[in-house]
Design a protein around this ligand. Sequence first.
Ligand code: COA
Length: 379
Amino acid sequence: MSGITTPARRGLDGVVAAQTRLSHVDGLAGELIIGGYELKELAGRVTFEEAAHLLWRGALPGPEPLLALRREMASQRALPEETLQVVRASRTAPPIDALRMACATLSLDMADPNDISPQADLGDAQMLTARFPSIVAAHARLSAGLEPIAPRADLSHAANFLYMVHGKEPDPIAARALDTYWVTVIDHGMNASTFAARVIASTRSDMVSAVTGAVGALKGPLHGGAPGPVLDMLVEIGAAEKAEGWLKRELAAGERIMGFGHRVYKVRDPRAEVLSKVADEMSAAHLEDRRLFDLARAVEQIALRVLEEEKPGRNLKTNVEFYTALVLQSLGLKPRSFVAMFACGRVAGWCAHVIEQHAEDHLIRPQSEYVGPRGLKTG
Ligand code: COA
């Protein structure tokens, strides 16, 4: 049967596209479940490597499997020369574009890039997740006119990234903040980039291809590209007393307020809750960060009120990107790299979905509703 049986739903809103054991978003309760655990059970309590193991293998690891995973991922951090060349060539491009281009090269040193067996998929997941931060760190240095720094295998995933960017071992609080950020964004139901990855994997295409497509989907400002603009907004507003006028002017001009609203959450995004605490902790030591954090908290409250007044009934609440901006900038990272930082966390989730989709082995192929003309003649 090929006829249209149901009317098109704009943006597939509310359509269930797959069954998954990986994560669940309850937008009314403000709940995010990752591999059976509520986000607040995981964030700040398990490391990113443990959360990745949970998604890839279905359970949190005991001490020995965790050590093995850490060792294997640490041994894969170094980038192949071809990948580094692409990062060099793209040093003036936005980091997320450099990441997309470099990601596509990561199949070059694989024994069989088209092997999509469960064992090969697990290896690819570890490799991609291990190397994403190396790409972003190398790009950050090259775009600042500096040479990339080789990874260190004795540091955790998050600590090594900060070391590769800044050239010195990070403060443990900073490494923990980044680790918590990456756990917080590791997976999030059938979001656009995850869906893109699953669609690609459903054709029996390989993991590197699926993840490269997902990076492209994450880039847009309606998905992962919002935290940079959140920081710009806070800087432009400058002081809490100017927030209301600024926000109203933006809305009157038809602009969206970055860091607010969500397709699924109609209450505060639980990830915003976790990250506002991380941002609070990170800003304790630096006066400038504290000033920005206090401003962000004030702007959040005013924005929620203004959005309710100007867009009543739309339930536009704080989303994950709002406090992401503060956490990442307190780690000394540039706003242009924020979406690539998001990708470094989400890549573990994308890979888990690819593993799940390959096991499902069913082509995702929706229909479209033709609304164009019919019966046109050429002559
Ligand atoms: N600021 C102002 N208005 C917003 C808004 C925002 N951040 N988000 C949604 N709206 C408004 C829309 O203009 C629309 O208004 P209308 O009914 O008057 O036309 C209404 O709310 C519904 O918008 P819609 O685009 O259908 O909702 P959506 O569920 O598709 O949008 C987002 C979800 C995330 C794309 C949207 O909220 C957004 O653009 N947010 C800002 C970007 C952002 O923070 N992205 C990160 C997401 S984690």
